[in-house]
Design a protein around this ligand. Structure first.
Ligand SMILES: Cc1ncc(COP(=O)(O)O)c(C=O)c1O
Length: 445
């Protein structure tokens, strides 16, 4: 497959027909920003049902870490499928689940020994972490952050504080959840600049939450994304995570890092928290962990994962085919793709930063590896959010054969498969440049 290469107007006739069928029978809650109807994928390229080929800088929302249908992953899936598809790892034993737990223990971002719990998605990994924290500490409360996304089932949704539409109409939520400001240095919640920051935003936890609302000894855990994903690809300074580690250690809380989006090599290290030197108590994973097969995992130190049989389980969790896909994925990540994410990611970040000279609408470029956020503003001084312009740029990229998605209110996220080449990164940036140019408002300098 080569591309990007467009053959029809978008959507093409076959795509149009399928979208009409979808509209009649599929839940209206899904957010489709543009009419991509996929037929097949290879590496970082996606072909639609009309033969149009797109360059994929979404990876199906940061999932197809090894590229679409990597042959090693497909082989692992086929071989496992021919042996057996399911036996429920919660009631019986099978090797792929044990081996995956062993391999995750070898790469976990904290000292072992470890144990892993297996579910099917990011939200399930976080539900497991929330339940474990309450069970282990015998404390009821959890602290999370504004802008966070941890999933949409009721426990994790109670922690999620990203878009209002994700919560509106679904309350009341799980009690005992408190939110604090995240260290978004482009929009510092306490008006400081990154140069003189010692994570003052965390004073809110110590001087407000712990004084007025909740005793620290009644808090089970702080749950945090090392880099906020849905919230806008926000990279906090390391001191933010260091202070969180201090607070949690001081008061006997667990530090839970949600690596569902930032993990599995995307940032140029296996886990984004490794950039900070902080060791968490619990790590949750999903998305890129099995290249597209459903799998969510919560890993913690063995002494913490000491809940007795029956306390938590999942029929499908740790499905053997997903575990086989994950084992093949981890090998590819370790062998070359984490490094590729680091190298191509640095190249891509520099190239997007260079676009700032041409396009004043780009207010901030941030990220690590191939987890890159481009925040768009109407004015670099006032930082007024260019939300409608962002939405139009996403559309314009699609029309030119580049798949990107938004994050937060006014950022574009670049989260390609980790197999992206430097040449493909350059193509993506060229298209992004054209797309931004095409929506340039008349008032722009
Ligand atoms: C950081 C983070 N946590 C949790 C989730 C939820 O994952 P899932 O959609 O697999 O339940 C997401 C999904 O975007 C995420 O980005």
């Amino acid at each position: 497959m080569t591309g990007p290469a467009l053959k029809t107007p978008l959507p093409g006739p076959r795509a149009k027909a399928l979208i009409e069928r979808d509209a009649k029978v599929v839940s209206t809650s899904y957010t489709r920003d543009y009419p991509l109807v996929m037929a097949r994928g290879e590496g970082a390229l996606v072909e639609d049902v009309d033969g149009n080929v797109f360059l994929d800088c979404t990876a199906g929302i940061a999932v197809t870490s090894t590229g679409h249908s990597h042959p090693d992953v497909v082989t692992a899936i086929v071989e496992q499928s021919q042996k057996f598809l399911h036996m429920s790892g919660t009631d019986f034993y099978y090797e792929p689940q044990v081996r995956l737990a062993e391999e995750l223990s070898a790469i976990a971002p904290m000292p072992g020994p470890h144990r892993s719990f297996f579910g099917n998605s990011g939200t399930e990994a976080n539900e497991a972490a929330i339940k474990l924290a309450r069970y282990y500490t015998k404390r009821p409360n959890i602290i999370a952050f504004f802008g966070a996304f941890h999933g949409r089932s009721m426990g994790s949704l109670s922690l999620t504080a990203s878009k209002l539409t994700q919560r509106r109409g679904f309350g009341p939520f799980m009690p005992g959840v408190f939110h604090a400001p995240y260290a978004n240095c482009y929009r510092c919640p306490v008006g400081l600049s990154p140069d003189n920051c010692a994570a003052e935003c965390l004073r809110f936890i110590e001087e407000q939450l712990f004084v007025h609302l909740v005793h620290p000894e009644e808090v089970a855990a702080i749950v945090v994304e090392p880099i906020q994903g849905e919230g806008g690809y926000v990279v906090p300074p390391n001191v933010f995570h260091e202070r969180l580690r201090e607070i949690t250690s001081t008061f006997g809380m667990l530090l839970i890092v949600d690596e569902v989006q930032s993990g599995m090599g995307r940032t140029g290290k296996m886990f984004a928290i490794e950039h900070t030197g902080v060791t968490p108590d619990v790590v949750t994973m999903a998305k890129g962990i099995a290249s597209g097969l459903p799998l969510g995992v919560m890993t913690s130190r063995s002494e913490i994962v000491s809940w007795p049989p029956g306390t938590h389980a999942s029929t499908f969790g740790g499905n053997p085919v997903s575990c086989a896909a994950s084992l093949a994925t981890l090998k590819l990540l370790r062998d070359s793709l984490v490094r590729n994410a680091e190298v191509v990611g640095a190249h891509m970040i520099a190239a997007v930063k260079a676009l700032m000279d041409k396009h004043s609408i780009i207010g901030d470029v941030r990220g690590r590896g191939l987890m890159i956020g481009v925040e768009l503003v109407r004015d670099r001084q006032t930082k007024e959010r260019a939300t409608t312009e962002r939405d139009r740029i996403v559309q314009e990229c699609f029309k030119r054969g580049l798949l990107v998605l938004g994050a937060g209110q006014n950022a574009i996220r670049l989260s390609p498969p980790l197999v992206l080449t430097t040449a493909q990164a350059d193509t993506a940036i060229e298209i992004l440049d054209q797309a931004i140019h095409s929506v340039r408002p008349s008032w722009a300098p």
